[in-house]
Design a protein around this ligand. Sequence first.
Ligand SMILES: Nc1ncnc2c1ncn2[C@@H]1O[C@H](COP(=O)(O)OP(=O)(O)OP(=O)(O)O)[C@@H](O)[C@H]1O
Ligand SMILES: [Mg+2]
Length: 263
Amino acid sequence: MSIVIHVEQLTKSFIRNDREILVLHNVNLEIESGSFVVIAGPSGCGKTTLLNIVAGLLAPGSGMVYYKGTPISGPRLEMGYLTQKDTLMPWRTVERNVEMPLEIRGVPAAERRRRAAEFIRLVGLEGFEKLYPHELSGGMLRRAGLARMLVTMPETLLMDEPFAALDAQLRLELQNELLSLWSRQRSSVLFVTHDLEEAIILGDRVVILGTGGQVIADEPVLLPRPRNAAHIRFRPEFISLHRRLWDALMESRQQVQRQEVRL
Ligand SMILES: Nc1ncnc2c1ncn2[C@@H]1O[C@H](COP(=O)(O)OP(=O)(O)OP(=O)(O)O)[C@@H](O)[C@H]1O
Ligand SMILES: [Mg+2]
């Protein structure tokens, strides 16, 4: 299988209070084309920084990130990015926000409206098309952002905790929608979550990061597809993988805490 995203010896630091903070240190990661890779790790271990660099929004300190063999030097139309913070335009309605990436690509108005409506329905926001972002709840904002990312059907999806603010039932619904969409379209996905159940339900592979973005665990998820988010969690393979990943996450959390004490 070919590699769609290749992170090679990636290092990134920030300056805070005149001190350099090393966030990513010699990180190496390969994402296979068409695979669904989930990244988990304690808060502050550099997940969002990694995604920002892969999305071409932030330059690496040193090292390289390649998209299909080409160094990433800026945002690319083939990649959709659902950022951790909401980035809807406050002066546009839900519908006009979802249409925006199609506008950028020069899609005619009628087609834009049709596709926006389809994805608004998919994320369960039918009836809220005319509302502005400040009129939406946190979960609705996330869903509108999801629709806006999916509407162009990008070949690669970067998603940073997209379902974190949603109630359990809606989360299950959207997990199932994402799975069925992905199985039809076979995009490559890099998905960040804090929730290990979500990681196993969705992923072909779960990568746990620790201090400096180091890979603490990298496990394939061998559960058969199609998966139903509501049922799969009771399978013995699910439970044993969850336990192994949980242990790795605990280890990496302790590492990050030790580092924060040193800082
Ligand atoms: N622009 C910035 N300037 C300074 N420090 C930053 C900047 N962006 C991130 N950091 C620091 O880099 C570290 C990693 O941040 P990042 O947002 O990548 O973590 P994360 O793993 O996504 O955490 P979370 O799970 O809480 O979202 C943190 O210590 C954060 O304070
Ligand atoms: Mg983050």
